[in-house]
Design a protein around this ligand. Structure first.
Ligand SMILES: [Zn+2]
Length: 130
């Protein structure tokens, strides 16, 4: 039997319960593991990927997120946030000539940002918002 996919609400409940218990969870994999345990308590054949847990936690504003990056070098910058899938806003600065120059991009929803040398998220720290 394949695993069934829990709803966003079930994931959100599990994330909130884990973060309230631990305060800080310092990797995406750890958060995923903890959430899967909780979700199995609700429904035995539920499973969910680390990535989906992260997306729900961020999209629903359940956690305070701290990101560590490694620099990915030149290359195509993402159009959408690699973390939560939201639109990226251009970060601009005025030049002395009155024009603007693009410094990079930041997410409109979470804390992801990147300069023109692409930042690749390498580690997530999830903390309680309280
Ligand atoms: Zn984002």
């Amino acid at each position: 039997m394949p695993y069934r996919i829990p709803s966003d609400e079930d994931i959100a409940k599990a994330v909130t319960s884990c973060i309230n218990e631990y305060g800080i969870i310092n990797s995406q994999r750890k958060l995923g593991e903890l959430v899967r345990q909780r979700i199995k308590d609700i429904q035995n054949d539920y499973s969910v990927s680390d990535r989906r847990v992260r997306m729900v936690a961020i999209a629903k504003n359940l956690v305070d997120l701290e990101l560590k990056y490694k620099e990915g070098g030149e290359g195509k910058l993402p159009h959408k946030c690699p973390i939560c899938g939201s639109k990226l806003k251009r970060l601009k600065n005025m030049t002395i000539y009155g024009g603007t120059v693009t410094l990079g991009y930041s997410c409109s929803n979470c804390r992801y940002w990147t300069g023109l040398r692409k930042n690749i998220p390498s580690r997530y720290v999830f903390a309680s918002r309280h």
